[in-house]
Design a protein around this ligand. Structure first.
Ligand SMILES: Nc1ncnc2c1ncn2[C@@H]1O[C@H](COP(=O)(O)OP(=O)(O)OP(=O)(O)O)[C@@H](O)[C@H]1O
Length: 285
């Protein structure tokens, strides 16, 4: 399976609207040849990292917007700054702000759901869920990982957060629970290799050093020319995108303005409104 998928329709059309599924490739932007770039994010996870202002939140909002418009897809959001993912809070199952206890309890619940899904898979003699299962995709999006793992709360709480996150990131891939996370601190204490390597997709936005770029993409890529420190500070939204097993690819993420984000969030809330169709059609009795 191609890890950075082409448009399944064979054109440059971007699928939107009702009927869209998280099992469809997610549009993220264009590559240096102007080709549309899509990610099969549901069976992998996505990590975005780079210096402040590089465009990570833009990518996270793109993912949130896609998830918001997808059928049978639920959102769980962590945003210690409130405003980055805040526009989606009304349609999220959970929105976690600057509260590490809340973050831990939500992660515990997610890991329990993942465990239950594996029991379900075992009982059905399967190894992963697919679009035809009647299971929702639960997309967890975390903006600024470092706030939860190094800034808020106490050391034991931070360690518990990290270990639960590691559990979710490793379990979620096969059971329809992808994690999309961002950090502006690409350092080993925030993204140890053992956690980083659980993310099948990694996007290195502009970094301040070759070392930071390698921490995101993997040791040795910068020396081979894939160095996010070479991205111009004025080229926000540009990143090296690595899919496991592939070569990093230079991309420019699509960008949603604040007005776009709020408009999509409103539309998604309308799509997700509780339906009274059964009553409208006189079928309730
Ligand atoms: N894909 C993009 N195309 C064009 N401009 C972009 C793009 N992404 C981001 N920008 C510009 O860069 C600014 C900062 O982007 P963003 O908030 O996503 O960065 P960030 O890396 O998340 O920063 P921080 O770590 O401080 O949250 C945006 O306000 C926007 O003006």
């Amino acid at each position: 399976m191609s890890s950075i998928a082409r448009d399944p329709l064979g054109t440059d059309r971007v699928p939107v609207g009702p009927g869209l599924s998280m099992f469809d490739p997610m549009f993220v932007g264009i590559d240096e040849f102007g080709e549309a770039v899509f990610l099969d994010v549901v069976y992998r996870n996505l990590l975005a990292a780079g210096e402040p202002g590089g465009g990570k939140s833009g990518l996270l909002n793109l993912a949130a917007g896609t998830a918001a418009l997808c059928d049978n897809t639920r959102l769980v959001l962590f945003d210690a700054k409130w405003v980055e993912l805040g526009p989606w809070r009304h349609i999220a199952d959970e929105f976690v702000g600057r509260d590490l206890d809340h973050a831990i309890s939500v992660l515990r619940r997610l890991v329990t759901v993942a465990d239950n899904r594996y029991q379900w898979l075992l009982a059905h003699e399967r190894r992963k869920v697919n679009r035809y299962d009647d299971l929702s995709v639960i997309v967890t999006i975390i903006d600024e990982l470092a706030m939860y793992s190094t800034v808020l709360g106490t050391k034991p709480q931070q360690e518990e957060f990290e270990s639960l996150l590691r559990g979710l990131v490793s379990l979620g891939r096969a059971c329809g629970m992808p994690v999309i996370a961002a950090t502006q601190r690409p350092s080993w204490d925030i993204i140890p290799a053992s956690l980083r390597d659980l993310f099948g997709f990694r996007a290195a936005f502009r970094c301040t050093s070759l070392n930071s770029s390698n921490i995101i993409l993997g040791q040795g890529w910068a020396e081979q020319g894939y160095n996010a420190a070479d991205i111009s500070p004025t080229n926000q939204g540009a990143a090296y995108l690595l899919a496991e097993g592939g070569l990093p690819r230079r991309v420019k993420a699509a960008y949603l303005s604040d007005a776009d984000i709020y408009a999509i969030a409103d539309y998604a809330a309308w799509l997700r409104r509780p339906t009274t169709a059964a009553f409208d059609w006189g079928m309730a009795a």
